[in-house]
Design a protein around this ligand. Structure first.
Ligand SMILES: [Zn+2]
Length: 180
């Protein structure tokens, strides 16, 4: 953690099974780590939030976090301000949308920051109304995402260990391999 953050003087205390208190000597450093989050270490998601003096944190405080999400597979004519607005309306807490070039294949994609509930299945696709009024499907890709189940779309386990499968066909119908 200290290596990835290029920060050696942090102090880490365990407050709870799932909550660590991390003390940074420099406020700018703490802000940088919060802004660049969430983080992924050893396939575990680490959500870093500022803590006010004397404030008690609950696990529930960490259920929502911002992810950088890529929206890929759109035709070139879709990279417009109008489309940016349409995408923004599809996500809660959408604060920034940028157009980025993929240097590997010359393709384009939208990159945006949006709030995600980490306990709910992640959206893997989005349907948008294109410039010609037809529907266009795009794929979503999440930066710094740890392991995610391709059966139910929830972070933290793989499809082989998916509780939705263990709970039988009824439950499976609900999730219906929608996120594969
Ligand atoms: Zn699952």
């Amino acid at each position: 953690m200290t290596k990835a953050w290029m920060s050696e003087k942090i102090q880490i205390t365990k407050l709870h099974d799932q909550i660590l208190q991390i003390f940074f000597p420099m406020e700018e450093e703490a802000n940088r780590i919060v802004d660049q989050g969430p983080w992924c270490f050893d396939k575990d998601l680490l959500i870093v939030k500022p803590r006010r003096y004397g404030e008690a944190n609950k696990v529930e405080d960490f259920y929502h976090t911002s992810f950088w999400i890529h929206i890929k597979g759109l035709p070139l004519k879709c990279y417009t301000k109008d489309m940016e607005q349409k995408i923004g309306k599809n996500f809660s807490g959408c604060s920034v949308i940028q157009i980025r070039e993929n240097l590997d294949n010359g393709g384009r994609f939208f990159r945006m920051s949006a709030t995600v509930n980490i306990l709910k299945p992640l959206r893997r696709t989005i349907v948008l109304r294109g410039p010609d009024e037809g529907h266009i499907y795009a794929l979503l890709w999440y930066e710094k995402l740890p392991i995610m189940c391709f059966n139910c779309g929830i972070i933290g386990h793989i499809a082989k260990k998916c509780i939705a499968i263990e709970m039988g066909k009824e439950m499976h119908k609900i999730f219906n391999m929608e996120f594969g």
